[in-house]
Write a protein that binds this ligand. Structure first.
Ligand SMILES: [Zn+2]
Length: 299
C-alpha cells in the first residue's frame, strides 16, 4: 500500500500513556474479532448496532482473561516511549484516517450532506469511553456515544502473529471498517438497528448484527475504491491481503481457531466467505448503495 507522504489527520488522540497498563493481547485471548474486519459505510438507510459495540466494550466475556500480561519486551521502560516502528505506525494511522476523511467528505457532499469526521483514539491496555471501559482484548471498536474509533496498536501484532495477516492495506482495512461504523452512525442506521433489535429475539438480533458488520466491510471496500482512484494507494497483492484478513477473521475460521475458547460475538460478524463477498462488493462498485446488506436475502 502506498501511503507515505499523503495527508495526515489531526483527529488522532494519543492516550497510550494513560492506559490501564498491560498492553498487548494476553496469551489465549481472542479479540472482538468483529471489529477487525474490513470495511464500511452503507446505504443511507441501514446501520450498525451499538449494542454489538457496547457489549464488546462493556467487558462481557471478551475482556475477561484480562491479562496477566504480557509485558511488552522492554515493558520496564516506562510509559511507552514509542519505538521508531511505532512512530511509523502512528503516522500510518493518521494517514489512513485522513484518507477516510477525504473520501467520506466527498461521498457525503455528493449526496448533499456534511461528513463529521470521527476521532481516532490510540490507547494501551484500557481506556474510558462513552460506551464503558474499552479494553485491548476487545479489539478495535467504534463507540457511537462519543463518535470515536478506539485502537490499541498491539492489535496489529496480533493479526500478524495469530492470524498471519500482514500488510499495511489489511491494517488500513481495520480502520476503514471502524470508520464505516461511524458512517452508519451518521446515517442513522445504528439507531435504527438498535431499536429494531430491542424488539427481537437474541437470534434475530444477532442476525441483524451480522448485516451491520458485513455492511461495514462493504463500506470499507467503498473507501478503498475511492482512495485508490484519487491517490493510487493499492499495490500488487494488497487486495488479496485484505481478503485474506477477511477470510482469517470470518466467524467460521475463528471458531476453528478458537476451539475451546468462548468467542462471545462469534456469530455476529459473518462467515469468511460473506466478509470477502461484501468487501469485494464495495471495492468493485465504489457505491454506498451497493452495500445494502439489510435488503438482500442471501448474504
Ligand atoms: Zn465492526
Amino acid at each position: 500500500m502506498k501511503w507515505e507522504g499523503n495527508r495526515e489527520s489531526d483527529n488522532v488522540e494519543d492516550a497510550r500513556n494513560e492506559g490501564g497498563g498491560g498492553g498487548g493481547f494476553g496469551g489465549g485471548r481472542s479479540i472482538g474479532l468483529g471489529t477487525i474486519a474490513i470495511a464500511l459505510v452503507a446505504s443511507y438507510f441501514f446501520g450498525i448496532s451499538p449494542t454489538t459495540v457496547i457489549s464488546l466494550l462493556s467487558g462481557g466475556p471478551v475482556s475477561q482473561p484480562q491479562q496477566q500480561s504480557q509485558q511488552a519486551p522492554g515493558g520496564a521502560r516506562g510509559p511507552n516511549h514509542a519505538a521508531p516502528a511505532q512512530d511509523r505506525q502512528t503516522k500510518f494511522v493518521r494517514t489512513v484516517l485522513a484518507d477516510t476523511e477525504d473520501v467520506w467528505t466527498q461521498i457525503f457532499r455528493a449526496n448533499g450532506k456534511t461528513y463529521a469526521a470521527p476521532t481516532l483514539k490510540l490507547f494501551s491496555g484500557s481506556t474510558q469511553t462513552a460506551c464503558g471501559t474499552g479494553q485491548t482484548a476487545s479489539g478495535p471498536f467504534y463507540c457511537p456515544g462519543d463518535r470515536k474509533v478506539y485502537i490499541d496498536l498491539s492489535f496489529y501484532q496480533l493479526m500478524q502473529q495469530r492470524f498471519h495477516v500482514s500488510g499495511e492495506f489489511a491494517q488500513a482495512y481495520v480502520i476503514a471498517h471502524e470508520v464505516g461504523h461511524h458512517v452508519q452512525n451518521l446515517m442513522g442506521i445504528m439507531d435504527k438497528v438498535h431499536s429494531a433489535e430491542r424488539q427481537m429475539s437474541k437470534a434475530q438480533a444477532n442476525a441483524m448484527s451480522v448485516r451491520l458488520e458485513l455492511q461495514a466491510d462493504c463500506l470499507a471496500g467503498v473507501w478503498a475504491f475511492h482512495a485508490n482512484q484519487a491517490r493510487s494507494i493499492l499495490e500488487q497483492g494488497d487486495v488479496e491481503g485484505a481478503l485474506n484478513a477477511a477470510t482469517a477473521i470470518g466467524d467460521d475460521a475463528l471458531q476453528k481457531q478458537e476451539q475451546g475458547y468462548v468467542v462471545p460475538d462469534s456469530f455476529t460478524h459473518g462467515t469468511s466467505a460473506q466478509r470477502v463477498r461484501w468487501f469485494k462488493q464495495g471495492i468493485s462498485s465504489g457505491e454506498v448503495k451497493s452495500c445494502n446488506t439489510f435488503e438482500v436475502k442471501t448474504l
